[in-house]
Design a protein around this ligand. Sequence first.
Ligand code: SF4
Ligand code: FES
Length: 369
Amino acid sequence: MNAAEPVFKPLGLLAELTHRCPLGCPYCSNPLALDRGELDTATWSRVFREAAGLGVLQVHLSGGEPAARRDLAEITAAAHQAGLYTNLITSAVGLTPKRFAALADAGLDHVQISIQDHQPNSADHIAGYAGAYERKRMLAAEVVRHKMPLTINAVMHRANIDHVADMVELAIELGASRVEIAHVQYYGWALKNRAALMPTRAQVERAVVAVETLRARHQGRIVIDAVVPDYYARFPKPCVGGWGRRSLNVTPAGKVLPCHAAESIPGLEFWSVRGRSLAEIWENSPAFRAFRGTDWMQEPCASCPRRFEDFGGCRCQAFALTGDARATDPVCHLSPKHAIVATLAEERREEPYVYRRLERERADADTAL
Ligand code: SF4
Ligand code: FES
């Protein structure tokens, strides 16, 4: 890190409470090798206190499916008591009205529910779980009944991108105040399914126009957050706000990662909250120091004026596409490897999804409901 660069303080913590999940989305951001051992409630409570001490304001309770943890209400209460704004990111499967009421009592502040499509058959097919769509509708109604803010997460790909307007209409109907339209990021499980998920350029262009129309039509009713998908952008996004700058991610087993996909980069050394404080990990962990700041950059990033805005893009994507995690994210049109992106964007095949689910994992999640 350059001596002139500021001391970084995290603002957000992604708490992956479990990798268990009844759904099997083919673009799941969980790693291919899922964690088995999970931190207990007491350790999560300590992590939240330490996070608040570091300056973290907001915790995202995520997974897998966080509701697969029987102690989700206790975990939520611990985060709330630590002074953190608590956001639950859920598939909705496993959250009955009674369980949700317990979360509200525990101090839950905000809920994000993922939707896979606007119609049950297609949505359940993408999720790999019959009945998921109905459960999402039911949970959304509960969230609204509790007067809690609701965001709908919609991950777009070839099978649903033409339905973006219908998905926004569904979010409005469900009572959401915000809809987050994200495009699949191709690492982890999505890399396995890339040819089956990749939209066409024409689809992406139609979706960009549709989002602008929807924003104008629904201004004041719902906030629509959407960005152009990576493979069709000129510049990369500042992934996770820059590596080791603003956020950290704790895995179910306690490893602390600079981003949720960091384990896809070989050779990084991750430290665990089981043996160290969060502050020590944030400051000194080799994984956090690997790409913090700008000293690690190669050309063209190293002398590019945009390097303090996008931080060279996504390290995980750079590794997935070039085999070098220090390379300029090939999404950038200045990257010498940019041609890879155009080639991959044209690679599409009609083939069945490789769902991320393992049968045993599904049984574990169902018994925890
Ligand atoms: Fe960003 Fe690097 Fe591209 Fe410059 S060369 S725009 S820093 S990714
Ligand atoms: Fe890891 Fe972008 S997902 S840096």
